[in-house]
Design a protein around this ligand. Structure first.
Ligand code: IVH
Length: 675
């Protein structure tokens, strides 16, 4: 290879790096490995250091760094950044079209054939990127629409933002929405929780917080991106349609949604909006609606602006996935192992189209960590969850000095009025009436028949409550003594459904032993420990005969838990239940290979799960890891390789961070399983 002059080589390196940046961050189709990319970047940095005159503001080396600012300077947008009128349903969208046509009629544009473009309405922070002669010279937030804040340093760190645009007009203002991908948001919150820092309520707040960081190094550490959706000021170039301008932006290196669509009538616009709503939860970025724009830019101009809103565009808004409301009361239930479970009674509020009155607060420890108090304004979400949950008090509530006391667990069990106790070594208050507390019994039946345990279809929460209330069953073993005669004629049961349920009950006898053990609801034996224990001690008889020391050999089970498990197993009520279930033909021995014999890409890797994952249940995540040869244990130690954290992670996450263990979110786990 002939030695290039430094100037020519620097120019080539810049071109190459921007090209690879675009492939990776805009198209999501990298051509080179990270290591190759880094090598090019290092070469350019060295070259610029040796020849400072070669350094330019649009060099990829300038994306990171820059000194922290005292404050952001105000900047006036060349064209105002407007907002959008909303349509909440089809009728409002149609009314918008009628209004627009009438308005155009008055302008003398009669019978205009209007075409539309639909695009996702990304829920982030609006930004404006100013290019002069193809070089990014300024980046700003929306501010009041006329004057925003100069956040150039931070926007430069976003790899999806081109620093230089080839064949650009002399002046170009690009508008877009900066956002943090959902997966990155989950990871960021997980890390913040572990570090004892306040978490962000949603990806939008985290994007806004990141862009408004005075220290650009902190902004650079957040994997932000920008979807571009329109052009503001423009000189030296003209477009006839909005879609044409988006195509131009895409062709010139900007990240534009590949799913923008043109429509010739409102019927397909409505269908597109509904389809986005369906896809919403599967996207890696949050959208709060669909923007519908008149495609013809001349018509857009004629339609003009009313107030701050252009008549030529409208936002089809989705119902929000989070809402703020007042927490009236913290109430308590009893869980299947007797622990007190807090839940929130809320002032009714609409969350993604559903009225929410109750929401989970997980457990005592979580309640304390979130610092939720009665009377607080709280943030409630249904995003990705079936059960609504309280995310946190609103920041306003947290700042208030006159807050109510920290909610305390009840002194008596809410189901059986037995005085509650807090075991010395435990974090949870429990109802000690394990044998006959009706609340625990109901939770236990619900758990026993659930998908991760015996998986009895047709016996859900409602049926379980009904059977218990009517004395049809008094415990889980009675399920195997149900017959057609007693079921038929009950509300919701005909001959066919009764027979189907009995068949499902019969089939459940084939479930493997670890599911039976998990179904027993023994304190300390969750899905993960049931897998571990049955891998180690392969039958119920071995388990019943095991000493606490032998139980402790299962990875993830410490001495205290081993003691609790041994004590519960030794109880008369547990032994009686086991014998009855054995009598009904349930499996009491593990038949698969012992875990040590498992092979797979994750062999010798140990995982711990904490918090609620957005899609996978704990059972599914465990099975996925085990199918790949990995091991899942219930507590974090130096032997743990990865901690997979979801929403509301507990102390396991903090421990992982302390020990420097790699933390994954669900996406991270899935990509590991796929590879
Ligand atoms: S067009 C002329 N298109 O929504 C109006 N806005 O409520 C300019 N947004 O401040 C906006 N995705 O931050 C437009 N595809 C999209 C958008 C979008 C998100 C945001 C934008 C704006 C707000 C308007």
């Amino acid at each position: 290879m002939t030695e290039q002059a430094p100037q020519a080589r620097a120019a080539e390196l810049r071109r190459l790096l921007e090209h690879h940046n675009h492939r990776y961050y805009v198209l999501d189709e990298p051509e080179v490995s990270d290591a190759d990319y880094d090598a090019l970047l290092v070469e350019l940095r060295d070259l610029e250091e040796a020849n400072p005159e070669l350094s330019t503001p649009d060099s990829p080396t300038q994306r990171v760094g820059g000194r922290p600012l005292e404050r952001f300077e105000p900047v006036r947008h060349l064209q105002p950044m407007l907002s959008l009128a909303n349509a909440r349903d089809e009728a409002e969208l149609r009314a918008w079209l009628v209004r627009s046509e009438r308005f155009l009629d008055k302008q003398g544009v009669e019978g205009a054939e209007i075409s539309f473009v639909t695009e996702p309405k990304v829920d982030g922070l609006a930004v404006s990127l100013l290019y002069r002669d193809g070089v990014l010279v300024r980046g700003a937030t929306r501010g009041d629409g006329e004057v925003g804040e100069d956040v150039t340093q931070n926007l430069r760190t976003i790899k999806a933002v081109p620093l230089r645009v080839q064949d650009a007009p002399p002046l170009l203002e690009v508008r877009g929405e900066a956002y943090l991908p959902r997966s990155a948001f989950a990871r960021l919150n997980t890390e913040r929780a572990a570090a004892g820092e306040p978490t962000f309520a949603n990806p939008r707040n985290s994007a806004a917080g990141s862009i408004r960081q005075l220290d650009p190094e902190l902004a650079a550490a957040r994997p932000l991106s920008v979807w571009c959706y329109s052009i503001g000021a423009l000189e030296g170039l003209g477009f006839e349609s909005h879609l044409e301008s988006l195509d131009w932006l895409r062709d010139h290196g900007f990240k534009v949604s590949p799913d923008v669509e043109r429509h010739d009538d409102l019927d397909t616009v409505v269908a597109a909006c509904r389809s986005w709503e369906q896809r919403r939860e599967g996207l890696d970025f949050e959208i709060d609606g669909v923007v519908v724009k008149v495609d013809d830019l001349d018509l857009q101009r004629r339609l003009g602006v009313v107030g701050r809103e252009p008549r030529g565009a409208i936002a089809w808004k989705f119902p929000p996935m989070t809402a703020t409301t007042k927490l009236r009361r913290v109430s308590w239930n009893v869980g299947r192992t007797g622990h007190m479970v807090p839940f929130a009674e809320l002032e009714p509020v609409q969350v993604s189209g559903v009225t929410v009155r109750l929401a989970t607060l997980h457990n005592e420890e979580d309640l304390k960590r979130k610092d939720v108090r009665e009377g607080d304004e709280v943030i409630v979400t249904r995003a990705g969850d079936v059960i609504p949950r309280v995310v946190s008090p609103s920041p306003k509530a947290q700042r208030s000095k006159s807050r109510g006391p920290v909610p305390q667990p009840p002194e008596e069990c809410p189901a059986c009025a037995t005085p509650t106790i807090k075991p010395e070594d435990g974090v949870w208050t429990i109802c000690p009436n394990r044998a006959s507390c009706p609340g625990q019994l109901f939770q236990l039946v619900k758990h026993f028949v659930s998908r991760g345990a015996m998986d009895i279809e047709g016996l859900g929460e409602k049926q379980a409550a009904g059977f218990l209330a009517d004395g049809l069953i008094a415990g889980v073993a009675d399920i195997y003594e149900l017959d057609e005669q007693r079921l038929t004629g009950r509300e919701g049961f005909g001959e066919v459904s009764a027979r189907n349920l009995l068949a499902a009950i019969d089939r459940s006898k084939q479930q493997p032993f670890f599911r039976v053990l998990y179904g027993l609801g023994i304190p300390g034996i969750g899905f993960v420990n049931a897998r571990g224990l049955t891998g180690q001690l392969r039958s119920i008889d071995a388990l019943l005969a095991a000493t606490p020391e032998e139980i402790e050999k299962t990875p993830g089970i410490g001495p205290i838990l081993a003691q609790t498990i041994a004590e519960t197993l030794a109880q008369e009520s547990t032994r009686g239940l086991v014998e009855r279930l054995r009598g009904h033909g349930l499996r009491m021995e593990e038949e698969g290979p012992a875990p040590d014999e498992e092979e797979g890409p994750l062999k010798d890797r140990t995982f711990v799960l904490t918090g609620t994952l957005p899609n996978l249940t704990r059972e599914e995540a465990t099975e996925g890891i085990e199918a790949a040869g990995g091991k899942v244990t219930s507590s974090v130690s130096k032997k743990t390789d990865y901690v997979v954290a979801g929403a509301d992670p507990g102390t396991k996450l903090a421990k992982a961070e302390k020990l420097g263990i790699e933390v994954l979110d669900e996406d991270g786990l899935l990509s590991m399983l796929e590879s």
